[in-house]
Design a protein around this ligand. Structure first.
Ligand SMILES: *[C@@H]1O[C@H](CO)[C@@H](O)[C@H](O)[C@H]1NC(C)=O
Ligand SMILES: *[C@@H]1O[C@H](CO)[C@@H](O)[C@H](O)[C@H]1NC(C)=O
Ligand SMILES: *[C@@H]1O[C@H](CO)[C@@H](O)[C@H](O)[C@H]1NC(C)=O
Ligand SMILES: *[C@@H]1O[C@H](CO)[C@@H](O)[C@H](O)[C@H]1NC(C)=O
Ligand SMILES: *[C@@H]1O[C@H](CO)[C@@H](O)[C@H](O)[C@H]1NC(C)=O
Ligand SMILES: *[C@@H]1O[C@H](CO)[C@@H](O)[C@H](O)[C@H]1NC(C)=O
Ligand SMILES: *[C@@H]1O[C@H](CO)[C@@H](O)[C@H](O)[C@H]1NC(C)=O
Length: 379
């Protein structure tokens, strides 16, 4: 109605051009219907800017990505300056320095930072996977094959939320309030007890009405997809087992049989409701697929150094790549970790716990010159 009667104001030039020198961010305009758009221009390096203060006019722009508005020494005048000091930006600087010196490995990639200088949601290993990281660059739940355009699909909104909550509560022994999908976005289908609805995978906002599944069934939800659900129950096998475990601990706590180390039980399920990658029995830790089955022979005796450092990151990637019949599959240690040294096409280099190349590559004959080389055992 408003749009028809008055029309929307024309958005300013930068947002209409959006090239490398003229660009801006589009926001809903503060007109009565909230149906128009407005443009906040992105300023460039050394452009004048204002830090919002009471009484000052509404700014028509703000410093662009990677820039921050700050005053220069002994000067009230503020201009857009390069953001610095965040860990992500430092990573980029050190990559750029190495690149200039010609000392970056052939698989090394420049770290991506967001507009605030924090880590972008994903880090990628060429030829393998992309995985989710939190704003400080720490790995969190969510991974997918590293395919072209994956950064558009994979934004890790759910796993970032889930991990920040996990850090506050400091225990895995709780029933999660939200379920993620394997890529770290929101599961399309969310339930609390018997009340379920569909949500947008990126925003988590509802896209359907709430349905009582006890009376109407899970199938009535538009986003329901039978794959992944047994017996019309929203909860997956792992979640069922975990909720029994949580209930047992809760009951013991109620009668005072609560030991503080009880909550230190290992992470049992992943935020997508399937089994976590490390599982254990009375004697061993082992690498598990999402259905709780052991992956190959990847295991370690409880309490051994191999068990204490176990990640199963390599084992899970091996599984993913084999399913896709990929060409090059990483060789993993017996506990499912990445080895400290990897060789590929006659060249060897150091790798971290996610399989990322962290040193220059050297010919196989010179493997002993690598910093990470420590005798024949690479695991
Ligand atoms: C962006 O567009 C503006 C206006 O058309 C033009 O003046 C400017 O040179 C363009 N910048 C680049 C890098 O193409
Ligand atoms: C959902 O439906 C069942 C069966 O009709 C009913 O017992 C239950 O109370 C309903 N749940 C809610 C939250 O209304
Ligand atoms: C259901 O999920 C499977 C596996 O994720 C997918 O291959 C299939 O296309 C989905 N079906 C529908 C109807 O969306
Ligand atoms: C499905 O339900 C039946 C009967 O309630 C039960 O025996 C079976 O174990 C269930 N299957 C799964 C995969 O949960
Ligand atoms: C927790 O501590 C108690 C007493 O110190 C001990 O008997 C028990 O085995 C511990 N449980 C675990 C899971 O480590
Ligand atoms: C525990 O797991 C290890 C490794 O998967 C296996 O060899 C062993 O048989 C299992 N033990 C029991 C009691 O299931
Ligand atoms: C891999 O390691 C290099 C060198 O340490 C670093 O610059 C890069 O950001 C790392 N990439 C990932 C995905 O961790």
């Amino acid at each position: 109605r408003f749009k028809e009667q008055t029309g929307c104001p024309v958005i300013s030039l930068p947002c209409r051009i959006q090239n490398s020198t003229h660009n801006g961010r589009i926001f809903p305009s503060p007109v009565p219907c909230n149906c128009c758009e407005t443009c906040i221009e992105n300023f460039e390096l050394e452009d004048d800017c204002t830090v919002g203060s009471p009484g000052s006019p509404i700014p028509h722009g703000r410093c662009g990505d990677g820039l921050t508005c700050a005053s220069q020494e002994d000067d009230e005048h503020t201009i857009c300056q390069l953001m610095s000091g965040t860990n992500c930006l430092k990573d980029q600087e050190s990559y750029d320095t190495d690149k200039d010196k010609g000392t970056t490995g052939h698989l090394a990639q420049r770290t991506l930072c967001d507009a605030d200088g924090d880590y972008s949601p994903i880090k990628c290993i060429p030829g393998q996977i992309c995985y989710c990281v939190d704003t400080e660059g720490r790995r969190i739940f969510g991974e997918a094959l590293n395919i072209r355009g994956i950064e558009i699909l994979m934004k890790c909104e759910c796993s970032r939320q889930e991990s920040s909550l996990g850090r506050v509560l400091e225990t895995d022994m709780r029933v999660p309030f939200v379920r993620c999908n394997e890529m770290g976005s929101f599961d399309q289908l969310q339930c609390i007890k018997d009340q379920c609805l569909c949500v947008d995978i990126h925003s988590g906002f509802p896209t359907s009405d709430v349905v009582n599944i006890t009376s109407q069934g899970l199938q009535t939800l538009p986003c329901f997809n039978e794959s992944g659900y047994n017996n019309d129950s929203y909860h997956r096998e792992c979640e069922e087992k975990k909720s029994i475990l949580v209930q047992t601990l809760y009951n013991r706590a109620r009668i005072g049989l609560y030991a503080s180390n009880d909550t230190e039980t290992y992470e049992f399920c992943q935020p997508d409701g399937y089994y976590a990658r490390i599982q254990q029995n009375d004697t061993h830790k082992f690498c598990s697929d999402k259905f709780g089955n052991r992956i190959a022979n990847y295991a370690a005796i409880l309490g051994s150094p191999e068990a204490d450092t176990m990640t199963c990151n390599c084992a899970r990637v091996e599984l993913l790549l084999k399913e896709k019949e990929a060409y090059e599959i990483p060789v993993c240690c017996s506990n499912g970790n990445y080895p400290k040294v990897s060789c590929r096409r006659g060249l060897c280099f150091c790798t971290d716990e996610n399989g990322n190349q962290t040193s220059m590559e050297v010919p196989h004959e010179e493997i002993k010159t690598l910093d990470c080389y420590s005798g024949k055992n690479f695991c």
